[in-house]
Design a protein around this ligand. Structure first.
Ligand SMILES: [Zn+2]
Length: 313
């Protein structure tokens, strides 16, 4: 058996896993992120060596190291351009790690890594092409076309969350207005839920959060809608409308076999994908004759970061 190392760089911690040829994580560890990039890299080197030692895997059994990073990365030159959560700017991650490991080392954006994991070993493994939204604080995007990761020129494309839904819409973190992210991220759904609650003091959603509007999260509207609350249902319907319209743009361009929903909001599972599927089927370009794209829920969860990173090798 041969192995790859998958590294999942997060805002709070860095996770490392040994992944076998079947995409199974045989062991993993996690270390809190350090203050500087240099400290993080030193920790990462120790973290990898320790994990290999503890599991009796020798470096000669390892094919390489793949790394998924949030923020902006340049895969071709192994550079992390900008990672705001950790304060990294222009960190030559691959070059630094090469000083310690004589192995193939690759990096990619974390959303690209997630879709790669789902395409190889997760919900989309039977499909040739799939696209993915990660519905979290922001909206991550990834594309696998004909079984290969496609992340655009210089590895800087795939920003599916930043196409425009409304030219005069909400301001986005990217500097433009009305991006998909400002309507379908968990952050956006929470805002939409709170706005609806402020306009309706009788909605069940108030009870659901114990009267404290700051306790609203991505589940509030969905759970209360399932209990029959009208205002909550209106929030969910509007959210499904925004999400489906966003997805339709990509279906009309790519006609992928599957469109994957990941991130916190996707935990609604079939309840969400059934609604999105119904909307997309009636509104796809070509209507009834349009090829059907399966709208599916990601299944690897938090492991997608490590597995997908290992898939880069
Ligand atoms: Zn944007």
């Amino acid at each position: 058996m041969r192995y790859s190392i998958g590294v999942d760089v997060g805002g709070m911690s860095i996770k490392v896993g040994i992944v076998d040829e079947n995409g199974v994580i045989i062991a993993q560890n996690r270390v809190k992120t350090a203050k500087t990039a240099t400290q993080c890299i030193n920790n990462l080197v120790d973290q990898i060596n320790q994990l290999l030692d503890e599991n009796n895997v020798s470096i000669s059994e390892v094919n390489g190291i793949g790394i998924g990073c949030p923020g902006a990365v340049s895969p071709e030159i192994g550079l992390v351009n900008f990672l705001p959560n950790l304060g990294w700017e222009n960190v030559e991650l691959v070059k630094e790690l090469k000083k310690y490991f004589n192995l193939e080392i690759k990096i990619a954006n974390d959303a690209s890594v997630a879709v790669l994991a789902e395409a190889r070993y997760g919900v989309a493994r039977e499909y040739n092409s799939c696209l993915m939204f990660t519905l979290g604080t922001g909206v991550g995007g990834g594309m696998v076309i004909d079984k290969k990761l496609y992340d655009g020129g210089y590895g800087r494309g795939g920003e599916l969350g930043h196409i425009t839904l409304d030219l005069n819409g909400e301001p986005c973190t990217c500097g433009r207005r009305g991006c998909v992210e400002t309507y379908v991220s968990a952050t956006a759904l929470i805002k939409q839920t709170k706005n609806a609650m402020l306009l309706d003091k009788t909605t069940k959603m108030w009870d659901f959060v114990g009267g404290d509007i700051e306790k609203v999260d991505g589940r509030t509207a969905f759970e209360c809608s399932k209990m029959g609350d009208k205002t909550a249902t209106a929030v969910v319907d509007k959210y499904v409308y925004y999400l489906s319209e966003s997805i339709l743009s990509f279906l009309n361009v790519f006609r992928p076999d599957a469109f994957i929903l990941g991130g916190g909001i996707s935990l609604q599972g079939d309840y969400l994908t059934d609604k999105v599927t119904a909307y997309c089927e009636k509104s796809s370009y070509g209507y009834k004759d349009a090829p059907k794209t399966k709208i599916v829920t990601a299944k690897l969860g938090n492991d997608a970061g490590i597995i997908g990173a290992a898939c880069l090798i």
